[in-house]
Write a protein that binds this ligand. Structure first.
Ligand SMILES: CC(C)(COP(=O)(O)OP(=O)(O)OC[C@H]1O[C@@H](n2cnc3c(N)ncnc32)[C@H](O)[C@@H]1OP(=O)(O)O)[C@@H](O)C(=O)NCCC(=O)NCCS
Length: 195
């Protein structure tokens, strides 16, 4: 199946595109890994992974964005998911950047590279004043990534997910701070670099 070409974002080493059913095996390499899914209270079942994929595809239809496949330019293989979603924090609607990578590809800067491109896409494309990242209080790697995006902690809150109360931190970056960053790169809806 040909991936839906609606959103395409390119970085130096990565391409981001909408996920299709063909991506399920690469998605499972993340969602069925208990270590990668620590912040989500452990590995997903096959049914939960399928529901996750369908949810992203519904988001593409409803919002025009969601978690996208992150594909390495050199191998053409999907190594992670990164993208933009609508979320709630204590009843407030926010726009979030999310990121989950296969463990074999951690620690090479792919997370920051993909998430920075999604941050740039969000501020370039959506009428938002702030971009958030909801991060479980135990997820140090994710917090360090958010800091690398220019985010700071705005508040704490607790979610109830898969039967567990999870203390969280809300990280965010505002539009003005983003615009002043030397790595901010305005990009268009299809990921074209704006002049
Ligand atoms: C969070 C995650 C996406 C980071 O991806 P990554 O590709 O390893 O990140 P990068 O290599 O781009 O590193 C980005 C920064 O994050 C931090 N970081 C990454 N892994 C870390 C770790 N294990 N411990 C502490 N900090 C870490 C570092 O500060 C790093 O900056 P550096 O380049 O100065 O070292 C990855 O660990 C992951 O997929 N985790 C499981 C899913 C998840 O929890 N997602 C977040 C949900 S909120």
């Amino acid at each position: 199946m040909t991936p839906d070409p609606r959103v395409r974002i390119e970085t130096a080493r990565l391409q981001l595109r909408e996920m299709t059913d063909d991506d399920l095996p690469d998605l499972r390499a993340i969602l069925h890994d208990p270590q990668a899914m620590t912040a989500y209270n452990g590995a997903f079942s096959a049914a939960e992974s399928m529901a996750w994929l369908q949810r992203q595809r519904q988001r593409y239809r409803d919002d025009g964005f969601g978690l996208w496949a992150v594909v390495r330019g050199d191998t053409g293989r999907m190594i992670g998911q990164c993208g933009i979603t609508r979320q709630q924090i204590d009843g407030d609607q926010v726009i979030e950047v999310g990121y989950l990578f296969q463990r074999a590809h951690w620690g090479h800067g792919y997370g920051v590279e993909a998430a920075a491109a999604c941050r740039d896409w969000a501020f370039s494309t959506l009428p938002i004043d702030e971009l958030y990242a909801k991060i479980r209080s135990t997820n140090i790697a994710s917090m360090n990534l958010a800091i690398r995006l220019g985010m700071t902690v705005r508040r704490t809150f607790t979610t109830h997910y898969r039967g567990v109360d999870m203390p969280h931190l809300a990280f965010a970056i505002d539009r003005g701070t983003w615009a002043r960053r030397s790595d901010a790169r305005p990009i268009g809806f299809r990921g074209d670099v704006a002049n």
